[in-house]
Design a binder for this molecule. Sequence first.
Ligand code: NAI
Length: 243
Amino acid sequence: MKYALVTGGSRGIGKAVCLELARKGIPVIINYQSDSDAAQEVKKLVEAEGTQATLMRFDVGIKEEADAALLKWEEQHPDDYIAYLVNNAGIRRDSLMFMMSDDNWHEVIKVALDGFFYVTRRLLPRMMMRRHGGRIVNMASLSGIKGMAGQVNYSAAKAALIGATKALAQETASRNVTVNAVAPGFIETDMTRELPAGELKKLIPMNRFGKPEEVASLVSFLLSDQAAYITGEVISINGGLYT
Ligand code: NAI
């Protein structure tokens, strides 16, 4: 059986992706870092769609944790594999660069970039061996395309993720594994809750933040058979807010 793994699946965009995949009948592995209650809630919602849900707790930025959790799953599922990977986990630690602490630099890179590397590397061999159309979607950001003041760490991490997406897409294309990135603008989640929404909306041609479900629809399309010939792309979803 083909499973989906969504990192950071307990809330926000990750949660919306889990629910969208559940509606399509794809069994979902919900990765989360610490909020067991929120993860349990997503599991219940996935199951309410009649789809199988598994909770998998690990910090994507810690290789040993990711390896141990994924190895355990593989041992318990010798005939299954994770065909759909959504590298969604991410954090913001904004500040102007001249004041940015070492921790704020490293933490953001660790979750977005190390997380992508550890989880994806672990899953690639099985995905490529099966040749049945593996799918990887990386959650980048508008910040990684145009750069945003106060987010040198985040813009760097997301831009690197875009570079990695394009390079990996070329490594895996002959095995029918596609690798794409999604670059949201401002989306209504915990990550953007403290931003001055009123001011920011004036900059967005559609005059509103996006919804997690709207991003989830795009991710779901990129994971589908219909998207088999799309790879190495960065798809923006930002209500017209490009530069
Ligand atoms: P969120 O803060 O609601 O969700 C982030 C998720 O990642 C949470 O479930 C969190 O627990 C998880 N996470 C954080 N560190 C982790 C770690 N080390 N290991 C495992 N899980 C971890 O934010 P949101 O908005 O849902 O963000 C999802 C992704 O979308 C992130 O990669 C973010 O950078 C990206 N994004 C969000 C935008 C927005 O406006 N909300 C805009 C552009 C990109």
